[in-house]
Design a binder for this molecule. Structure first.
Ligand code: PHE
Length: 457
């Protein structure tokens, strides 16, 4: 330990193949699925956006996820350390720094929304959402978000809970609980879907979600769809790299990635199938943006017997689902401070949380006292979201894809994907090599340049 400074003695690995999938899925599933996916799909025209999103998941999301697994398991290091190990003296590790920055920016607004979720748990349990109509739903949301102190309070609660979990070292235990409860959330979504599909607006909602009209699609829409894929799959910022570093030699990387991507996509679409029928049934605008989930879900449950119980459960489980995502995000700066800067784990957690809390309050106050502060036409909340999802993560993904496709030796990549020859999946591995070399980097590059208006294709 001494001379070598802050190197970890021996790193832990996940204890089973199922544990690997569960942890990875726990990172992927969160607000991205139930809150961001419906909001962005609604704002960007519905089915056509979904279609582009799915293409991004297949040709960008899955390959980048696998590339991160490869680098992570090869090096068993955090995002910065991994590149220092693989390419000493070269600047590749900058990807790791970008990941640390992205993680801080995402957590800053993510915890705002988790705070809203907690506020809604409180409201649902206390019955103040029971029987409200569309107007009431809007008022409740505006009160939560527009109050200068109330949402800050709930965000603070989020920080306290998450710090305690990490510092008490009960992460593993919590992750286990999270994983057992994810199926319950899934069942609740099924119930929600069934109710929503029997609402009078169901047809219109499904039409919106599944019947594409490509006329409204712009370069920016495509960038936003790609950014959503990065956000939802927790890629391009070192999270999946770090989780890859905990994987064991016999974990099948391709199978893990494939399952996580499919499950994550199914959960998102199910959330969409609950939200959009309600949008049309209760007269909301599909373009409502961030409020969308919080407007529609109370209405869906209000329209059924036992609604208050289901609604309370829904927000409680939604909160639980965010814990795995937040832990995985925090792991990026924390592992960095620990392994690269030599901080003790608890110190690293406290430093990280303090930084995020300061920046995060700007995001939260964007709903009230800071709502008029605009940078590039965006308040802090929207700015943090845009910069992380639509710039930092795609850039990170681009560099990671180029690295694995062109710089890391073919032999190493093959060894990782085939577990040193013990898995026979040559065709898939060949397809991966092709996609990660050509399609993924070119697609990310074009979408980024075009979407940001740097080059018009
Ligand atoms: N994928 C998580 C979600 O959808 C968010 C996340 C992003 C987690 C980046 C880790 C890293 O909620």
């Amino acid at each position: 330990e001494k001379g070598n400074g802050h190197k970890l003695k021996s790193r832990e690995t996940f204890t089973s193949g199922l544990g690997t999938i569960a942890a990875t899925l726990g990172s992927a599933i969160g607000l991205g699925n139930i809150w961001k996916f419906p909001a962005l799909t609604g704002e960007n025209g519905g089915a056509a956006f979904l279609f582009i999103y799915l293409l991004c998941v297949a040709f960008i999301g899955l390959p980048v996820m696998l590339a991160e697994f490869i680098i992570g398991r090869r090096t068993h290091s955090n995002a910065v350390g991994a590149f220092k190990k693989l390419e000493p003296g070269k600047p590749w590790y900058v990807v790791g720094w970008m990941g640390v920055l992205a993680s801080i920016l995402i957590l800053s607004f993510y915890t705002t929304v988790v705070g809203w979720v907690l506020a809604y748990v409180f409201k649902a349990v206390s019955g103040s959402l029971s029987g409200i109509d569309a107007l009431g739903a809007r008022q409740v949301f505006n009160q939560v978000v527009g109050h200068p102190v109330y949402p800050l309070f709930w965000q603070l609660v989020v920080f306290v809970i998450i710090s305690l979990i990490i510092m008490a070292g009960v992460q593993k235990g919590i992750e286990r609980i999270t994983k057992t409860l994810l199926p319950v959330l899934f069942i609740l979504l099924v119930i929600c879907d069934i109710r929503a599909l029997t609402l009078p607006g169901a047809k219109e909602g499904l039409n919106f979600l599944f019947n594409p009209h490509f006329s409204g699609i712009t370069a920016l829409t495509v960038l936003i769809a790609m950014g959503l894929a990065f956000f939802k799959l927790s890629i391009g910022m070192g999270t999946m790299l770090t989780y890859g570093s905990y994987m064991r030699d016999d974990d099948n990387l391709i199978a893990t990635g494939g399952r996580v991507v499919i499950a994550d996509t199914v959960v998102s679409i199910m959330a969409g199938m609950a939200v959009f029928p309600a949008v049309f049934a209760f007269g909301f605008e599909p373009t409502s943006g961030p409020p969308l989930l919080f407007l529609t879900i109370p209405m869906v449950f209000n329209a059924m017997p036992g609604g208050q119980i289901f609604l309370s459960l829904f927000f409680i489980l939604a909160f639980i689902a965010t814990i795995g995502a937040m832990i995985s995000m925090l792991e990026v700066p924390v592992a960095f401070l620990q392994e690269e800067k030599g901080l003790k784990r608890n110190t690293a957690v406290i430093v990280t949380v303090l930084v995020i809390a300061s920046i995060g309050s700007l995001a939260t106050l964007s709903g009230s006292v800071l709502s008029h502060v605009l940078i590039w036409g965006k308040n802090f909340f929207a700015l943090f979201d845009f910069v992380s999802s639509n710039i930092l993560m795609p850039l990170g993904g681009l560099i990671i894809a180029i690295y694995v496709g062109w710089v890391m030796g073919k032999k190493q990549v093959l060894e990782e994907l085939s577990n040193r020859g013990s898995l026979k999946q040559e065709r898939i591995i060949q397809a991966f090599s092709l996609v990660v070399r050509y399609i993924t980097p070119i697609a990310i590059g074009i979408i980024l340049l075009n979407g940001l208006g740097i080059i018009k294709f």
